[in-house]
Design a protein around this ligand. Structure first.
Ligand code: ADP
Ligand code: MG
Length: 246
């Protein structure tokens, strides 16, 4: 679905991604873990073309299996972004629009979907994230967990093939983290490839197919969660994980 090869990105003279290789299969959940500043957000932003990359390629496969280099300057950025959803730590819902309007906006404006169809799909997605009764509510009347579930539903409303999640639970009251992670867990059945930067180690262990540990702009170690958490091969991985076991 997604194949990243030797991705490099610098800000000024600081190289923050130093040759990232990563393959994500359809339906896989890949968690990116690592200290603050290790490059997780920059990697996600490069995949969604919110940052220009300095070197390397990001291949995105279509249904027929043919791959497109999304970093090619001739690429249609809007067309690529329609295939990739992204949700950030801050909810970023449009405050002046109702929950339903938040979900209908992009599919009707950018996705070429009729208002009626977008509405039907939006209501189904709200049901799925447990917020069917909040369709006409405004974002500021919702809890953080509810807002983040709306943000997930809004990303899904564009029917993305890849979903990028950047610390979507970091700003939440611990009591509300679970309800958001439950929605992510449910995505596995859809065949959407999910790449998620997270500090929720128990979630990464139990719900991901692959965990990648980043340090200083490199993937130091990558593998199935059992391997990474129970038998880390690199001392830097072990040291990072030890901080969560205290
Ligand atoms: P993480 O998400 O793992 O915390 P980031 O990708 O946000 O890491 O940041 C990686 C490094 O890149 C950090 O040193 C950060 O300060 C730097 N960085 C991120 N965005 C910018 C930017 N727009 N300009 C300059 N430096 C940046
Ligand atoms: Mg980050």
């Amino acid at each position: 679905m997604l194949r990243i090869e030797q991705l490099r990105k610098s800000f000024g003279s600081t190289e923050v991604l130093r040759g990232i290789d990563l393959v994500v299969e359809p339906g896989q959940v890949v968690c990116l873990i690592g200290a603050s500043g290790s490059g997780k957000s920059t990697l996600l932003r490069c995949i969604d073309l919110l940052e220009t990359v300095d070197d390397g390629t990001v291949w995105l496969a279509d249904d027929a299996g043919s791959e497109q280099d999304v970093t090619d300057p001739r690429v249609d950025v809007d067309a690529i972004r329609r295939r990739i959803g992204i949700v950030f730590q801050a909810y970023n819902l449009f405050p002046h629009l109702s929950v339903l309007q938040n979900l209908v906006l992009a599919p009707t404006r950018a996705g070429g979907v009729s208002k009626g169809d977008a509405r039907t799909r939006a209501l189904a997605l709200l049901d799925r994230v447990g917020l069917a009764d909040k369709a006409s509510a405004y974002p500021d009347s919702l809890s953080g967990g509810q807002q983040q579930r709306v943000a997930l539903a809004r990303a899904l409303a564009m029917d993305p093939e890849v979903l990028l999640l950047d610390e979507i639970t970091s700003a939440l009251d611990p009591l509300l983290v679970g309800e958001v992670l439950d929605v992510v867990r449910g995505l596995r059945a859809d065949g959407i490839a999910v790449v998620m930067a997270t500090h929720e180690m128990s979630f990464a262990r139990e719900a991901s197919d692959v965990v990648a540990f980043l340090a200083d702009g490199e993937i130091v170690e990558i593998g199935p969660p059992e391997q990474l958490f129970d038998a880390p091969q690199d001392p830097r991985t072990a040291a990072f994980l030890a901080r969560f076991r205290a």
